[in-house]
Design a protein around this ligand. Structure first.
Ligand SMILES: CCCCC/C=C\C/C=C\C/C=C\C/C=C\CCCC(=O)SCCNC(=O)CCNC(=O)[C@H](O)C(C)(C)COP(=O)(O)OP(=O)(O)OC[C@H]1O[C@@H](n2cnc3c(N)ncnc32)[C@H](O)[C@@H]1OP(=O)(O)O
Length: 208
């Protein structure tokens, strides 16, 4: 994985908006003691997730791993398929934003909190052709109460290749009730009847 700072790699890039700038009293993120080990595949948090689920034929099938080294990091790979096109032979920008969102979301496995995306700011730096393997890295930069600040890059040509897309994000911690109260009842009923899904949901919660 490249160690360069994605912000430094982007001279002239405007600073993230104030909502994505951690306040002065934000703290460094803590990797939970029961977090997956560095290098471990994280698996899907929900089988029908468009980003990571195995049950979505045209989904991204993003496979994320717990990051190596210090900090709260993950890496992931996403292969751009013909179903992901926007322009002929090129990935759709919204699909690339989804890949960044999903990679950032998978940081929750390491924090062991459940959170949803509140804000996602994306830079599209280079076009991404169909067939590309996008090498994604994401890291939590700070935590303030329920607010989780994070950043991600997607590189082409290899884990140290040039940055094609990048994002800064704010995730907001929620309880599992967020899904139970808001999701369509049939999917919620099915998820709650699936012991494997309950186990996956609990893997995110320190105090389920
Ligand atoms: C049994 C069923 C189990 C099923 C689940 C199974 C497993 C799931 C487990 C984990 C999931 C794991 C991985 C997921 C991986 C990837 C998925 C991709 C992630 C997504 O794709 S997820 C979908 C898109 N996402 C949404 O669908 C969110 C819709 N939205 C809301 O649901 C609310 O909007 C919410 C909850 C965000 C906040 O609502 P709220 O009422 O709880 O909190 P409140 O408004 O008080 O905000 C508290 C503080 O955050 C600040 N704040 C809030 N929003 C902000 C914004 N947008 N910009 C800047 N600051 C913001 C406030 O300013 C305040 O800041 P302060 O504390 O400083 O005042």
């Amino acid at each position: 994985m490249s160690t360069d700072n994605p912000r430094e790699a982007a001279p002239g890039r405007p600073a993230a908006s104030p909502a994505l700038t951690p306040p002065a009293d934000a703290t460094a993120p803590l990797r939970h003691p029961d977090a997956p080990a560095p290098g471990e595949l994280l698996g899907a948090h929900y089988g029908h997730c468009f980003g990571c689920g195995e049950g979505q034929p045209h989904g991204l099938h993003l496979a994320a791993r717990a990051g190596e080294g210090p900090g709260v990091r993950v890496s992931a790979e996403f292969t751009v398929k013909p179903a992901h096109q926007g322009a002929p032979g090129l990935a759709h920008g919204g699909v690339l934003a989804t890949a960044l969102d999903e990679t950032l979301g998978s940081l929750q496995w390491l924090l062991r909190v459940i959170a949803v995306t509140g804000r996602l700011e994306t830079d599209f730096v280079r076009p991404v052709p169909v067939g590309t393997v996008l090498h994604l890295d994401a890291e939590v930069t700070a935590v303030h109460g329920r607010k989780i600040y994070s950043t991600a890059t997607g590189r082409i040509g290899g884990p140290d290749g040039p940055v094609a897309v990048r994002a800064d994000a704010l995730f907001i911690e929620v309880k599992v009730d967020h899904f139970i109260d808001n999701g369509r009842p049939e999917e919620i009923r099915a998820a709650m009847a699936d012991p494997d899904q309950i186990r996956r949901a609990r893997a995110f919660e320190v105090n389920p």
